[in-house]
Design a binder for this molecule. Sequence first.
Ligand SMILES: [Zn+2]
Ligand SMILES: [Zn+2]
Length: 140
Amino acid sequence: MDDQEIIELFRENEFKVTAQRLAICKFIISREDHPSADQIYQELKIDYPTISLGTIYKTLDLLEKLGIIQKLGFNEGSIRYDPDMELHINVVCSNCGKIYDYKAENVKKLWSDIISDLGIKPKGQRIDIYYECDDCKERN
Ligand SMILES: [Zn+2]
Ligand SMILES: [Zn+2]
């Protein structure tokens, strides 16, 4: 997605395009590590010193409504944001919370079989695998 596409999507949905909203949107879609709102805030405030955590949360909610990102809530209460809306597997370290994506083509095929068996139109999907990453293994 380039700037223009983002701006158009905002306008089509009657959301105001501000420099901060655009920056948050570009930041999240460029990231594969599923950052939290706080991480986004810490990194963006370097270039946008007036940005607030509230603006980050509101904009992320908006982007979720627009179908650009998914919100991933975890049991221990953390929320992470994922710009990949296609079917994929989130590989999550249950210790430090590091997440990376794994794309499995054969899972896609299986998934579409499951969906057609169910006869439903899914509004979203999420597959997580939990493990202990190498960094955490070394530390313990
Ligand atoms: Zn993901
Ligand atoms: Zn870890």
